[in-house]
Design a protein around this ligand. Structure first.
Ligand SMILES: Cc1cc2nc3c(=O)[nH]c(=O)nc-3n(C[C@H](O)[C@H](O)[C@H](O)COP(=O)(O)OP(=O)(O)OC[C@H]3O[C@@H](n4cnc5c(N)ncnc54)[C@H](O)[C@@H]3O)c2cc1C
Length: 494
């Protein structure tokens, strides 16, 4: 019996993570009824990295705008899916949500879902649960470019010598007891691990925290004001700070004074921000940890000691090393064309830290034209003009200038969509995945900040020009135009 069969579809979508799910959802609404999709997914359930996240994980941004346009995830206040700083879906709630969404997709008859399979790009095929090889004939391949890595997906990224202290991914933390916990990493995952230990009653003296680089935290209750449920006051403050300051660091310090940002200690000036949101109460709790190790990244674990970039840390017997070293945003890059013939590479950078809205927009743009070059014009980054590249690395690791380039990318896409016409802007603006959509925030509040005395709309344009042409002391301009040669005195006289 032949164990090979063929599948045909318009769009072959790799993975059922947030990026792909949002793309397919919007395509189902925007494309013709005959457009078909195949989704292949390594994990048994949709939801991408949430399948292997640590048990105490939650969203760190409000649930209300996360996921796909057609299905709510957040709580309602009246008829509005309100963006509350305390409404944060747990990992299992996110997974339930995506299972529900996938069931809806499949029920349309336009989507076929193949879980627990790995697509092989070379042979254009995968082997299904029955061992049958399926070759896929498609018009367009859709790939999620972020490929999030979390600690449970791989062994520690440094050598661990035999006889060294036990090292476990953060997922094991709730069931592990130790006399000393050494938390490796200070991103959102490391921060969550320390908070988890403190909240379950572990004495801060039992905790050592390896902080390779200090980071700016976004203070959630100030950014998502419970009163307004709108992020716009923060966007206004952020825009004003960047317009007024010659350096990005200066702007961040101004935002810290205004209560939007926080850091572990005032003695250390962070030069990175990976968008981790915590509350002010969390920050105070984190500050109780006294043993903060600032010796760079871990390079090796030896019996009785930890080797780091800038020194060595002795390890007492019975220490548990908690691996939180993966960078959840490390796969975010902006050095490629989103559209090339027969291929869409989903960018997470159309709206900053919002892969849900980014993918919904890619779907919208996909339906505006068949011409790849025309569609790429909506996107701020390309292979020829990459964004986010710092020190030769294209990956987003939270450098402040990468964050500002992310803001630039968002503004540029928004302007391109605005220029494309009212219908396009209406989609951008009203999509559930947009933080300021009228389904989350009353329209009059948004219009007041955008076009009222604060004039955020005009300021955003000025900020875009500043990022493009002038830059900051700590970031060169992204698109410096050659200056016109000054007219010579002789010609001026003539
Ligand atoms: C702890 C944590 C908390 C976060 N909280 C938020 C938040 O509150 N709000 C927010 O907006 N973002 C948040 N993020 C950011 C996160 O990156 C996005 O939310 C989003 O989940 C990323 O989705 P993705 O589809 O790009 O990638 P992934 O989740 O990595 O999905 C990609 C999928 O593709 C599959 N795949 C890859 N290759 C193949 C192949 N060859 N064949 C078959 N399948 C394949 C993978 O197995 C995976 O299932 C958080 C991230 C982390 C790590």
């Amino acid at each position: 019996m032949d164990s090979t069969s063929k599948l045909a579809c318009d769009y072959l979508c790799i993975g059922a993570g947030t990026a792909t799910m949002s793309f397919v959802d919007s395509m189902l609404t925007l494309s013709t009824d005959s457009t078909s999709f195949v989704i292949v997914n390594k994990q048994p359930a949709p939801g991408g990295h949430w399948n292997v996240a640590y048990p105490f994980v939650t969203l760190h941004q409000p649930s209300g705008a996360y996921g796909v346009c057609s299905e709510p995830l957040g709580k309602f206040k009246g008829r509005r899916e309100f963006l509350s700083p305390t409404d944060l879906a747990t990992g299992s709630e996110v997974l339930e949500y995506y299972s529900r969404v996938m069931a809806k997709f499949v029920a349309t008859g336009r989507v076929r879902f193949y879980p627990s399979v790995t697509y092989d790009f070379d042979t254009r095929s995968f082997t299904d649960a029955e061992g049958q090889v399926k070759t896929v004939c498609f018009t367009t391949l859709v790939t999620p470019e972020s490929y999030v890595t979390v600690p449970s997906m791989r062994p520690p990224p440094f050598p661990v010598e035999e006889g060294a202290a036990t090292i476990k991914p953060v997922n094991a933390l709730p069931t592990e007891e130790a006399s000393r916990y050494v938390v490796l990493g200070c991103g959102k995952t490391g921060t969550d691990a320390v908070l988890h230990l403190l909240r379950r009653g572990v004495d801060q003296r039992q905790i050592s925290w390896v902080v390779p680089r200090d980071t700016w935290y976004l203070l959630r209750e100030k950014i998502w004001s419970p009163a307004s449920g709108s992020i716009l006051p923060f966007k206004l403050a952020f825009t004003n700070a960047l317009l007024r300051s010659d350096s990005i660091l200066g702007a961040f310090k101004a935002l810290e004074r205004a209560g939007y940002l926080g850091r572990l200690t005032l003695d250390h000036e962070p030069v990175q921000c990976r968008g981790a949101l915590i509350t002010t109460a969390d920050l105070h709790l984190l500050r109780t940890v006294q043993d903060v190790v600032r010796l760079g990244r871990v390079t090796a674990v030896r019996p009785n000691r930890l080797e780091l970039e800038k020194g060595t840390m002795p390890l007492e017997p019975g220490s548990l090393l908690v691996d939180c070293t993966a960078c959840g945003t490390g796969g975010y890059t902006a050095n490629y064309d989103v559209w090339s013939p027969g291929h869409i590479r989903l960018s997470s950078n159309l709206t900053l830290f919002n892969p849900s809205h980014s993918s919904a927009l890619v779907a919208y743009i996909e339906t505006t034209s068949t011409d790849a070059a025309a569609k790429n014009k909506f996107i701020a980054h390309s292979a020829a003009s990459p964004l986010l590249v710092v020190d030769g690395s294209p990956n987003f690791h939270g450098h402040l200038s990468q964050l500002v380039q992310g803001v630039y990318s968002e503004l540029k896409t928004m302007r391109a969509i605005q220029a494309h016409g009212k219908k396009s802007f209406n989609f951008y603006f009203a999509a559930r995945t947009n933080y300021v959509a009228p389904c989350h925030v009353p329209l009059r509040k948004t219009l007041w900040v955008m076009f009222g005395p604060a004039r955020l709309d005009k300021k955003a344009t000025r900020l875009m020009r500043k990022i493009e042409r002038v830059g900051f002391e700590d970031m060169p301009p992204v698109d410096p135009r050659p200056r016109k040669a000054a007219a010579s005195p002789a010609r001026m006289v003539a």
